[in-house]
Design a protein around this ligand. Sequence first.
Ligand SMILES: [Zn+2]
Length: 124
Amino acid sequence: MNKFLDDVLLECGEGWYDLISEWADEVEKLYKENNVEISDLGILQIKEKYGGLRIYLGFDFESDFSLNERIFEITDKYEEKSYHICEICGKSGHLSQKGGIFKTLCDEHRDDFGFIKLDDKERE
Ligand SMILES: [Zn+2]
């Protein structure tokens, strides 16, 4: 995992670690291109919510607005990707439900945990 995430608690399953690492690589690259220190990126929280990855960021008021917009775009893209990756094992997954709980799971883990597969349109 990327060094600047060392102090960040990842409140999700290990199946998404590669995804988070890819996100971090892309953000780091963009910061480097813009000569901004990656330590300026404030990560408030990285967690699972309603079956999807959520990355909460905080910026100080001095920071570059257009750069922040691009960071949010990148982050949205990875949050969207998480709905297709099993949070447990990292294989191809689908949003699934068990009572009031939502998780993105592969076929195997969905069966293991007794979840039901949802159609993509049910997320909206
Ligand atoms: Zn799985």
